[in-house]
Design a binder for this molecule. Structure first.
Ligand SMILES: *Cc1c(COP(=O)(O)O)cnc(C)c1O
Length: 270
C-alpha cells in the first residue's frame, strides 16, 4: 500500500555531492561520512546502503546505538567511528565488533583497556585533544599520562586516530580562534608523535573546515551537512563559490499526493 506522503533520497544528488567533496580533498584523505542524528534526518537504514553503493567507506556516529544501526544497514564491511557517547556496558560490544571510538578521558581509556584484555582484542581508539572548543578532549595537563599509558599498552590499545573538533568553523567571526585551535592541535600531535603509527589517522575537519581550512584535512575529514547538499552557513557558501549557482544538490525531498483540487470564486472564504 502506497503511503501518500513520503521522503525521497536522491541518488544522483548524493553522487553529485560526493564528487564535489572528492574535488575538495586530496586523494589520500579518507572521507568519514557523518550520519549522527539518524543521518541528519535522512534515515540511517536508507542512507547507508545508498552511500556505500556510491563508494563511502567510513561512517561517523554519535553513540553505540547509532553504530549498531549503521552496522545493521551495511551492504559490505565499512569503518564505523563513535564520536561521542559510550557507556561502560557498551564497550564489550564496541570492541568486540571492531568499532572505533573517541576517548577523551582517562577513565574511558582504562575501561577500554580492561575490556580489550578480557576479549583478547585491540580496542580502536581515537584520542581526542582539547584545543579550545571545551566540549570534550584531553587537556594539555593530561598529555604526559596519556603518552605513557598508550605507549605501555600498545598491545591492547590501537591508536586508530588523533583528533580534535573546531568550534564554530562555519562563522568567520571564529576564524582567529580556530587558528589558535589548529596551533594547539599541532602541538598535541608533535607531543604524541611517538604513539602515532602508520595507520593512525589524524583528523580535525568538519564540513566548514573542509572548505575553509584545507591544511586541516590531514588523513581524514568528517563530513556531515555538506554531503546532504546543505551549506554549514551562508558565509561558507559565498566564500566557496564565485558563481551564484549552488554547486550542491539537496538529497532529501518530501513529496505528497494531491488529495483534491477545487476552483473557488474570488472573494470566497477558504
Ligand atoms: C557533527 C560533527 C561533524 C560534522 O559536522 P558538519 O558540520 O555537519 O560537517 C564532525 N565532527 C564532529 C566531532 C561532529 O560532532
Amino acid at each position: 500500500m502506497e503511503n501518500t506522503s513520503r521522503i525521497e533520497l536522491s541518488r544522483s544528488a548524493l553522487q553529485h555531492n560526493f564528487n564535489f567533496l572528492r574535488e575538495k580533498v586530496s586523494a589520500g584523505t579518507l572521507i568519514s561520512h557523518v550520519v549522527k542524528g539518524n543521518a541528519y534526518g535522512h534515515g540511517i537504514a536508507e542512507f547507508i546502503p545508498l552511500a556505500q553503493d556510491l563508494g563511502a567507506q567510513h561512517f561517523s556516529v554519535f553513540d553505540a546505538h547509532e553504530a549498531y544501526r549503521v552496522k545493521q544497514s551495511l551492504l559490505a564491511p565499512a569503518g564505523i567511528m563513535i564520536m561521542g557517547m559510550v557507556q561502560d556496558e557498551q564497550l564489550e560490544w564496541i570492541i568486540g565488533q571492531g568499532i572505533e571510538f573517541y576517548v577523551f578521558d582517562l577513565e574511558r581509556l582504562e575501561k577500554a583497556l580492561t575490556w580489550a584484555r578480557k576479549l583478547g582484542k585491540q580496542a580502536k581508539v581515537h584520542i581526542e585533544l582539547e584545543t579550545g572548543m571545551n566540549r570534550s578532549g584531553f587537556e594539555t595537563d593530561k598529555w604526559p599520562y596519556l603518552l605513557q599509558f598508550l605507549s605501555q599498552n600498545q598491545e591492547y590499545l590501537e591508536v586508530a586516530g588523533i583528533c580534535t573538533h573546531f568550534a564554530g568553523a562555519e562563522n568567520f567571526a571564529n576564524h582567529l580562534r580556530i587558528k589558535q585551535q589548529v596551533k594547539q592541535f599541532r602541538k598535541g600531535l608533535s607531543y604524541l608523535n611517538e604513539i602515532k603509527k602508520p595507520n593512525t589517522k589524524l583528523h580535525s575537519s568538519c564540513s566548514a573546515a573542509v572548505l575553509r581550512f584545507p591544511r586541516t584535512h590531514y588523513d581524514m575529514v568528517r563530513v556531515g551537512i555538506l554531503q546532504y547538499g546543505l551549506w554549514p552557513s551562508v558565509e561558507t557558501f559565498i566564500s566557496t563559490e564565485e558563481s551564484e549557482q549552488d554547486p550542491l544538490k539537496r538529497v532529501l525531498s518530501w513529496k505528497s499526493r494531491i488529495m483534491n483540487l477545487k476552483t473557488v470564486p474570488k472573494g470566497e472564504y477558504i
